[in-house]
Design a binder for this molecule. Structure first.
Ligand code: GLC
Length: 537
């Protein structure tokens, strides 16, 4: 088979995740919509974004905020219509922006017609699209698998006496990816959207698709600890039999071949943390890109953050979508200053890591509001929406609502997100956190992010030059060179000196107010500062 060509439009591109329901509401129902997004694409083009990814837009009973899809070939009324998708694509393409949708193949909604038929008629072909299994000899669930969101990964279908598998909520039954009918159905869904001009997809829970045919118990590797939430309980197991199966890659290759016919891209959401395992998700026989989620989970641990980035980039310097933020985690400005009295370092630390990511290749993504330096939203515990919080008796530490509040556009009521009542109740943001105020302040976060993206664009070596890792003075510092561009990420609390002999270096970008001196082949960088330099000779 001829090797796949890398898509030229991915070279140097930067992505932006839009949490669809919270970005911009044009209709006044308190719910973000496609027309609202289309209206704000100019802002993203101004910022320097190339690709936008929209979280699910499909009809959904909303048990997991749209990640429970009832119909993959339609649009939820609150978000708009298929015609609105087409209008959004047209506007995006006129601004040189590409648009990715979010596909959810691991599971459907329990309200999907397939699952309704599967329950109603155990002899139907739809039944075989899901993972129904007989009980264990004691009448309990078939094995010890548990759900990410609490409780067993099995729910009893009382009318047939069988259990069905769900790695998330009972309202999110898992599909059987060993059934060819499931593969065919999704090929058709991809084509439906590609025919309408969609530029690609983010693939939800890509690492979960296939389950091991043995359906054996997962080994328990640690105790989750008293009072721990559902995700901590989930990760107390080695997910040997329900996640990251070797043959998932064959499904990825099949999908990417379909996408390639449309010059479209696919990006895996993969929770895989092992760098070599993750590298299998991308490349000539797999997908264009995969997210690496771990930096989005971490608190401020400089040496670990550096190590996670550098060792993955050594293994895979082209196919990673780097992030420190998405809709499933507390925002990095808060996470990176957790348990510290002074939270003002959060933005500088976030931008220091993102600056490093910009030279690691692949397609880094920002999450809406990250460019404004937003910290976690203030949400009244009684008003929580996330099922991880509402269905579990935990302290709410794992609730994802804090990263899902309305985009603060301006200082009007509800920060200009809606004229109605937002779907999620959160405190309005301060003036300094809004797009309107920041656009007028050249020192604001949005201008700093914009400048970083502009520097990456004007120095193509920064993404496409030959990747070289240089010696760093400590484990909390990363030094990467790509031909004429050098990035020094000093995440430590000390001023450090790096030797980069043989060239004159000019400073192009500083992630924060700080100092950089370049003299006689030695570059000195002040604490918690990343710097982009270009060779002038
Ligand atoms: C992914 C999504 C998350 C969702 C889950 C189940 O991890 O990012 O929001 O709850 O999959 O679909």
């Amino acid at each position: 088979m001829a090797e796949r060509q890398r898509k030229s439009w991915l070279d140097g591109a930067v992505g932006y995740e839009i949490y669809t329901r919270s970005f911009m509401d044009s209709s006044g129902d308190g719910f973000g919509d496609l027309a609202g997004i289309a209206d704000r694409l100019d802002y993203l083009a101004w910022l320097g974004i190339d690709i936008v990814w929209l979280t699910p837009i499909y009809p959904s009973p909303d048990h997991d905020h749209g990640y429970d899809v009832a119909d993959y070939k339609a649009v939820r009324a609150e978000h708009g219509t298929v015609a609105d998708v087409e209008a959004l694509l047209e506007k995006a393409h006129s601004l040189d922006l590409k648009v990715l949708l979010d596909i959810v193949p691991n599971h459907t909604s329990s309200e999907h017609e397939w699952f309704k038929t599967a329950l109603a008629d155990p002899s139907s072909p739809e039944r075989a699209m899901y993972l129904f299994r007989d009980p264990a000899p004691d009448g309990g669930p078939p094995n010890n698998w548990i759900s990410h969101f609490g409780g067993p990964a099995w729910t009893l279908d009382a009318s047939s006496g069988q259990y069905y598998c769900h790695l998330f909520l009972p309202e999110q039954p898992d599909l059987d990816w060993r059934n060819p009918a499931v593969l065919d159905a999704f090929d058709d869904i991809y084509r439906f959207w590609f025919e309408r001009g969609v530029d690609g997809f983010r693939i939800d829970v890509a690492h979960g698709l296939l389950k091991h045919p043995s359906f054996a118990d997962n080994p328990k590797v640690r105790e989750a600890g008293e009072g721990s939430g559902p995700l901590a309980k989930f990760f107390a197991f080695d997910h040997k039999f329900d996640m990251d199966q070797d043959d998932n890659v064959q499904i990825f290759a099949r999908w990417q071949a379909i996408a390639d016919n449309y010059d479209a891209t696919l990006v895996a959401e993969s929770g895989v943390t092992d760098h070599r395992r993750l590298a299998r998700y991308v490349g000539p026989d797999a997908l264009d890109l995969s997210f690496f989620l771990k930096p989005g989970w971490m608190t401020w641990e400089p040496a670990e953050i550096v190590a996670e980035h550098l060792s993955l980039a050594d293994v895979e310097p082209n196919g990673i979508s780097w992030v420190i933020s998405n809709h499933d985690q507390p925002r990095p400005v808060s996470r990176f200053t957790r348990n510290e009295p002074d939270t003002s370092r959060g933005l500088d630390r976030s931008l220091a890591v993102t600056t490093l990511q910009m030279i690691l290749g692949g397609v880094p993504f920002l999450y809406y509001g990250e460019e404004l330096g937003l910290g976690d939203a203030i949400i009244d515990p009684a008003a929580r929406e996330d099922p991880v919080a509402t269905r579990n008796d935990t302290d709410g530490g794992e609730a994802r609502d804090v990263a899902r509040s309305p985009m603060p556009w301006d200082t009007s009521a509800r920060n200009g997100f809606t004229t109605g009542t937002p779907w999620i109740a959160s405190a309005d943001r301060e003036s300094a956190e809004t797009v309107e105020t920041q656009k007028n302040d050249p020192a604001s976060a949005v201008h700093r992010y914009r400048q970083l993206l502009a520097v990456r664009r004007s120095f193509p070596d920064m993404h496409s030059g030959t990747y070289e890792r240089l010696d760093a003075p400590t484990a909390e510092v990363a030094v990467i060179r790509r031909d004429s561009v050098l990035v020094i990420a000093n995440l430590s609390t000390e001023t450090v000196s790096v030797s980069a002999a043989g060239d004159q270096w000019q400073v192009e970008f500083l992630s924060a107010a700080g100092e950089v001196e370049s003299e006689g082949g030695t570059i000195t960088v002040s604490p918690e500062l990343s710097v982009v330099l270009s060779a002038t000779s």
